[in-house]
Design a protein around this ligand. Sequence first.
Ligand code: IPE
Ligand code: IPE
Ligand code: MG
Length: 271
Amino acid sequence: MIDLSKLAEPGSIEESLLEKIDLKRLPRHIAIIMDGNGRWAKSRHLPRVEGHRAGITSVREAVETAARLELPVITLYAFSVENWKRPRYEIATLMMLLKEYLRKELASLMSNNIRFVPIGRVDGLDPSVVRELRYAEEQTSRNTGLLFQIALNYGGRAEIVDTVNRIMALLREREMSDAVIDESFFADHLYTANVDDPDLLIRTSGEMRVSNFLLWQIAYAEIHVNKVLWPDFRRRHLFEAIVDFQSRDRRFGGVEENDSEMFIEADENHA
Ligand code: IPE
Ligand code: IPE
Ligand code: MG
């Protein structure tokens, strides 16, 4: 049972937003492109890395909120394969902050029954980072609540290419090199095998692009872009995104039921 008292103070903005949310129609998987840390720091005349440091509070709040809403999955985009183009000092600080976050947060992930899984070319990260990531993954592997995926050294195209290579190796091994595969077999070999696709994709800082995130999985995700910079992203912004999500008419390429009857009538008239 969702405990509403843990999600909003009486009389708060969060409470009024929560009243607009239909708890029976929550998204099952929210994916977030956390963007705007650098601009947040710049606007305060601080070095970019201070934006990353401040963004950790937003990570904590987003994950905790997802757990309290009893969402099945949240995926956060933390470091892309393209982010290696950034200055060395910025990358080193990001990795240091990640290790610090994992060490500090493990106890709370455990007490909130959260399962932590890194996705991406994880083994391409510094060995000291990989060790911490694998440790947190292993420690939380038997938790049964929220699945918290963090995308690190992640690229959507890299994932698709890695999947193709994995499948080719598998088919070679089974001596089935001429097999024809289908979408569901392909999806079962992505980094996110066995995880439902995101139904809500959020991007902060107002940028209207996908930046190589979960390209396969977001085929039918609803997209919500908020101008707020990631370090300022709070529970109320997540609630706003869910309210927006619930206002959407998701058709998946079909038509609404009422409209489809109109089509049948039109067809009959035509015949
Ligand atoms: C997002 O913030 C964090 C990462 C990509 C690691 P940015 O660092 O991209 O911030 P901006 O976009 O430069 O403001
Ligand atoms: C996307 O943000 C990557 C992450 C949030 C980790 P970027 O800031 O790297 O994306 P672009 O460069 O604006 O497209
Ligand atoms: Mg950015």
